[in-house]
Each structure stands twice: as C-alpha cells, then as structure tokens.
Design a protein around this ligand. Structure first.
Ligand SMILES: *[C@@H]1O[C@H](CO)[C@@H](O)[C@H](O)[C@H]1NC(C)=O
Ligand SMILES: *[C@@H]1O[C@H](CO)[C@@H](O)[C@H](O)[C@H]1NC(C)=O
Ligand SMILES: *[C@@H]1O[C@H](CO)[C@@H](O)[C@H](O)[C@H]1NC(C)=O
Ligand SMILES: *[C@@H]1O[C@H](CO)[C@@H](O)[C@H](O)[C@H]1NC(C)=O
Ligand SMILES: *[C@@H]1O[C@H](CO)[C@@H](O)[C@H](O)[C@H]1NC(C)=O
Ligand SMILES: *[C@@H]1O[C@H](CO)[C@@H](O)[C@H](O)[C@H]1NC(C)=O
Ligand SMILES: *[C@@H]1O[C@H](CO)[C@@H](O)[C@H](O)[C@H]1NC(C)=O
Ligand SMILES: *[C@@H]1O[C@H](CO)[C@@H](O)[C@H](O)[C@H]1NC(C)=O
Ligand SMILES: *[C@@H]1O[C@H](CO)[C@@H](O)[C@H](O)[C@H]1NC(C)=O
Ligand SMILES: *[C@@H]1O[C@H](CO)[C@@H](O)[C@H](O)[C@H]1NC(C)=O
Ligand SMILES: *[C@@H]1O[C@H](CO)[C@@H](O)[C@H](O)[C@H]1NC(C)=O
Length: 495
C-alpha cells in the first residue's frame, strides 16, 4: 500500500534511461535544436510543477487519479498547503501544527478538514483541535518519530497517580487532544503508524525512564469519531479515550505484533461514557479492548466510571492477554457494558474481568451475547487477585463489587478451559447468568468449568456442564436445583 513512491521513482528512472537512449539519435538529426528546446520547455514545466509544492510532488507520489477525498466540513485543507512533503523523511511536525492552528480558527463556522494525501508523513506528537476532521487518503501513512526526546512529557493521569510503568511524568501520545469537542479521524483506510518497535525494545531493555505514550489519546473531550482507518504498531495502548463522552470507533483496523509488542492494547475506554466500538478488526500484543476507570486509591478519588458502552461486530485476537477485558484498573467503576457479535480467534483468553483487593469500585450490569471463541486457551475469565498496584498505599479494605453479569449464546471450539470464575472470600462474584452456552473443548479433564466464590444461575442445558456453585433452572426459567455451596473452590491454573 505504500508502494506508490518507489513505483514513481522507478518510472522516473525509466524515463531518464529512455532519454539517454534517444538523445544521441536526436543530436545527429537536423531537428536537434527543436528537440533540445522541447526538452528545455518540458523541463521547466516539470520543475515549476515540482516547486508549487505538494501538488507537483503528487506526479510521483500519486500516480493515477487517486480516490478523491470527500469534503466533510465546510472548509478543507491539504497538509501540503502547510509545507507537508510526504516522503517519509522530512519532519512534518511543523506542517501538522500549522495546519491545526489554522483549522482552530474555523470552529465557529463548522470546523475544517485536514487532508493527508498519499505518502508517508513522519511526525513528532501533535495536538488536535475541536471541530476538525483528520482525513487520511488511501495510501497515506502518518509515522511516529521514534526518537523519544521528541515526545513531550505530561503529568500522570490523575486517576492513576503514577505514569503506569514508571513513577512521575509519562510520554504523551503521538496524536493527542485535551478538552475538545467534535473531532473526527477518518479516511480511505489510511494508516497511523506509531513505529513502536524501538519503544518495545527499549522498554524490554529497561532503557526508558518514563511510561510509554499511546498512539492516539483524547482526554476530557466529547463527540469523538474514529472510523475507516488503520492504527498500527503503537508504542503503548493504541487508542486511549480518557474521561470522554460520546465516542465512536467504527470500521477500524488495529494491528501490532501478537508477541513482543508489550501493552499494545487496541482500544482502552478509560472513565468514558456513551461509547460505541463496532465493526473493527483488532489483532495486537495485549488486550484488544480493555475498559478501565482508574487505579486503586487514585481511581477511587477521581471517581469517574466507564459506563454505557456498546461493543459489537468485532473480530479480535490476543495471544498475550484477552480479547475483551474489563479492568484491571476499574476503581471508578464500570457498568452497563454490552459485548455482542464478537469473534475471538487464536487467543490466550476470550473475555476477562480482572480486579484486585485495593481497587474499590464495581463491575456490574455487563452483558455478553453471541460470542464465538475459535481456539482460545481460556474462554470466560473473572479474576479477583490481579495484584498490580501503583504503590503500597492502596486501601486493603477497598473491595471491588462484581455482580449482575450475563453470558448468552456463547459458542466456539478449541477451548481448553471454557470458564474460570475465580471469586474470593473478599471479592465474591454475584448474580452471574449463563444461558445457551456450547463451547467445544480440546482437553477432556474434569475441571474445565472452574468456579470459586460465585453465585448465580444456569438456564437450560449448557456445555460444558456447569460447576456446583450455580443454581440450575430449566429452559422456561423454572428452578430445578439450588446450589448447596457458592464458595466451593475448583480452580486449576495448570490446565
Ligand atoms: C490536495 O492536493 C491534491 C494533490 O496534491 C489535489 O488533487 C487536491 O485538489 C488538493 N485538495 C485540496 C482540498 O486542496
Ligand atoms: C498538547 O496539549 C497539551 C495540553 O494542553 C500540552 O501540555 C502539550 O504541550 C501540547 N503538545 C504539543 C506538542 O503542543
Ligand atoms: C470500512 O472501511 C473500508 C476501508 O477501510 C471501506 O472500504 C468500507 O466501505 C468501510 N465500510 C463501511 C461500512 O463504511
Ligand atoms: C485496511 O488496511 C489494513 C492494513 O493495510 C488492511 O489489513 C485492511 O484489510 C484494510 N481494510 C480494508 C477494508 O481494505
Ligand atoms: C534515563 O535516565 C538515565 C540516567 O539519568 C539517562 O542516562 C538515560 O539517557 C535516560 N534515558 C532516556 C531514554 O531518557
Ligand atoms: C455524539 O457525537 C456525534 C459525532 O460528533 C454527534 O453526531 C452526535 O450528535 C453526538 N451525540 C450526542 C448525544 O451528543
Ligand atoms: C446502557 O447503555 C446503552 C448503550 O449501550 C444505552 O443505550 C442505555 O441507555 C444505557 N442504560 C442506562 C440505564 O443508562
Ligand atoms: C453472531 O455474531 C456473528 C459474528 O461473530 C454474526 O455473524 C452473527 O450474525 C451474529 N448472530 C446474531 C443472531 O446476531
Ligand atoms: C511517585 O512520585 C510521587 C511524587 O514525586 C511520590 O509522592 C510518590 O511517593 C512516588 N511513588 C512511588 C511508588 O515511588
Ligand atoms: C441479576 O443480573 C441481571 C442481569 O444479568 C439483572 O437483570 C437482575 O436484575 C439481577 N438480579 C438481581 C437480584 O440483582
Ligand atoms: C462457605 O460457606 C459456608 C456456608 O454456605 C460457610 O459455612 C463456610 O464457612 C464458608 N467457607 C469459607 C471458606 O468461606
């Protein structure tokens, strides 16, 4: 997809070779002078075209007509209008900054659109503005500069109290925004590429002194749409909306290597409400989606839940973590989440809720419906001892509440442990419902529907047979058998 530039150069070389072959023949003819004049004329037109900036460059960068970019705002600009070059070498940071400064003046007139034409646009982090559309043409690729000195530091997120990986300040995101309204990032499947490889390597070698930055992070904002683009190789979490309202992610591809791309979560709604994530393909080095709301005492103090989140029609993969996670940072609470029509393939875990003593908060009113697990080590997981804390000052009496969770129409095959609900005496799991479950297993062993400290019910017949902790109802929801003990423990991490 980024082959247009080399092809352009190749054609230019061919033209030069042809000229070399023809010039001697022409020189011997009586039309020599005419031809030389013709070449001079063509050349001057050529260089004039080149010099008028981006549009001249497009002779090579954009062979063929290219797909016209639709105008989605009353005003539209090209990045080339602001000095953008698009060769993958030039530093485009100033061009982005100039463009966005110009667009910030159009807010009262419906905002403006910034078109990023085909080409590679290397940039350091920059900030978006309200009422703007960033439109990435087909074969447009924004590349993040790898030199971390170019990534500005920011204070830790208030609900984390800590930079997440290191104490103190953290790197900001490649594309960043704070206190914005009405922002759209879209295109003809253009790409925002964080070039995370150098970050992952330095992180593993412990060469970084600050937490890595996300690819796109929008904070304290509303009415955000990200659609029809590809996000890839983020240094850290890929899209991180923080304390935002009304966020839509639609028809987006998110990619990172499935191994050795640490913490490259796909989408992490964090203290966000009214959010839709739909029609996406996500294959990354950590959770595909992880809903969060702050960490331990900092998250409790910040007190902003994630709620009213709809996730549907996704195809996702996570070999290191899980397809859809809630937590483990959930101290502001998470409620009213629906996850439906999701295929999780070749993954370590399909869906997981994770928390720990000290988190406080709650996870409740969570509905999973029509999920397909195609080869996963563990299918459904609830884990209450995810003991990763920002510091030792967390409140050991801050016990999260986990309740009102339902799983309906869950199917699949090639799963080793279909269900592992690991509550504890401190954090029992309440009111879990299973209905219409058939998960093909790879490994016949007794304990493949594992439970501990869980209370809830099974409606109808399910496969595999449920643990003894759950009450049994028939298809018409008439009680068949009450469970004798909800705190029976049958958890086996060795399977
Ligand atoms: C942007 O540039 C492309 C080629 O460089 C040109 O075809 C297009 O008309 C320009 N669009 C705008 C809105 O200026
Ligand atoms: C982006 O905005 C934030 C918040 O206003 C600011 O701290 C940061 O310096 C800005 N970054 C750039 C590159 O302008
Ligand atoms: C999804 O995005 C692709 C390009 O990435 C586009 O071709 C397709 O039309 C989009 N689908 C919808 C339903 O908009
Ligand atoms: C968008 O681009 C990505 C990355 O190149 C590709 O994997 C995906 O299939 C493309 N999507 C569509 C709809 O063409
Ligand atoms: C981290 O800190 C050490 C010691 O202060 C310094 O030598 C090193 O350059 C820093 N690394 C980065 C990536 O900033
Ligand atoms: C949510 O944001 C979208 C996109 O900006 C906007 O069209 C819609 O009106 C917003 N919804 C609400 C309820 O504000
Ligand atoms: C729950 O979230 C959905 C969006 O997924 C929303 O339509 C609904 O109003 C929310 N329910 C409550 C009680 O807020
Ligand atoms: C269930 O989800 C799959 C995608 O995984 C989808 O193709 C199918 O239409 C969904 N079924 C229903 C009844 O919505
Ligand atoms: C992190 O830094 C803050 C401010 O400098 C300090 O108060 C806190 O004790 C530090 N936390 C850890 C775990 O070092
Ligand atoms: C149990 O959870 C379901 C949703 O899964 C909810 O409708 C129901 O009201 C809850 N029951 C109790 C007793 O809270
Ligand atoms: C398990 O529950 C029973 C009552 O249902 C109670 O007697 C017993 O102490 C509980 N065991 C633990 C370890 O909490």
């Amino acid at each position: 997809m980024v082959e247009t530039l080399p092809v352009g150069r190749f054609q230019l070389q061919q033209q030069r070779l042809e000229l070399k072959r023809w010039i001697p023949a022409f020189l011997s003819s009586h039309k020599t002078l005419f031809v030389l004049l013709w070449i001079a004329a063509f050349g001057s037109v050529f260089f004039w075209q080149w010099n008028i900036g981006g549009s001249g460059f497009s002779i090579f960068a954009n062979v063929g007509p290219g797909r016209p970019m639709p105008k989605m705002r009353p005003f539209a600009f090209n990045l080339t209008d602001f000095g953008g070059v698009g060769d993958g070498v030039a530093d485009e940071t100033a061009a982005f900054e100039r463009a966005i400064l110009a667009i910030s003046k159009f807010g009262k007139r419906g905002g403006a659109q910034l078109n990023v034409p085909p080409g590679k646009w290397l940039t350091a982090p920059f900030n978006l503005t309200s009422h703007m559309t960033l439109f990435l043409a087909e074969d447009a690729e924004i590349l993040g500069i790898q030199d971390e000195k170019r990534w500005a530091l920011m204070p830790p997120l208030p609900s984390y109290g800590y930079g997440r990986e290191h104490n103190g300040s953290r790197y900001g995101s490649l594309i960043h925004g704070q206190n914005l309204r009405d922002v759209v990032i879209t295109g003809h499947n253009g790409t925002i590429n964080g070039q995370g490889q150098s970050w992952w390597k330095k992180y593993r070698q412990k060469l970084l002194n600050h937490s890595r930055g996300p690819l796109v992070q929008i904070m304290w904002s509303s009415d955000i749409v990200i659609s029809d683009i590809t996000l890839r190789d983020s240094p850290f979490w890929t899209f991180h909306p923080y304390d935002c309202k009304n966020v839509t992610v639609r028809n987006v591809t998110i990619l990172a290597p499935i191994f050795e791309a640490p913490n490259t979560d796909g989408i992490d709604p964090d203290s966000c409400e009214d959010m839709v994530i739909e029609d996406c393909y996500i294959s990354v080095g950590d959770d595909a989606v992880a809903i969060k709301s702050g960490w331990d005492q900092y998250g409790v103090a910040y007190g902003r839940p994630s709620r009213n989140i709809l996730i549907r029609n996704l195809i996702i993969r996570s070999m290191v973590s899980a397809g859809i996670s809630i937590g483990s940072e959930m101290s502001g609470g998470v409620s009213n989440v629906t996850v439906e029509n999701v295929l999780v393939w070749s993954s370590r875990r399909a869906v997981r809720i994770k928390t720990a003593v000290g988190r406080g908060g709650y996870v409740r009113d969570i509905t999973y419906r029509n999920l397909t697990f195609d080869n996963a080590r563990v299918g459904i997981v609830i884990k209450t001892d995810y003991n990763e804390h920002p510091d030792d000052d967390f409140d050991r009496k801050a016990l999260p509440i986990i309740r009102d969770i339902s799983f309906t129409e869950i199917h699949g095959h090639g799963v080793r442990v279909p269900v592992r609900i690991h509550g504890s005496k401190d954090i029992p799991i309440r009111n879990v419902t299973f209905r219409d479950i058939s998960i093909g297993i790879t490994y016949k062993k007794k304990h493949i529907f594992q439970c501990a400290f869980v209370e809830g019910r099974v409606i109808g017949t399910i496969f595999p047979a449920p643990c003894e902790n759950l009450d049994r109802y028939d298809e018409e929801e008439r009680l068949v058998k009450l469970s004798a003990a909800q705190n029976v423990t049958d958890i086996d991490y060795d399977i």
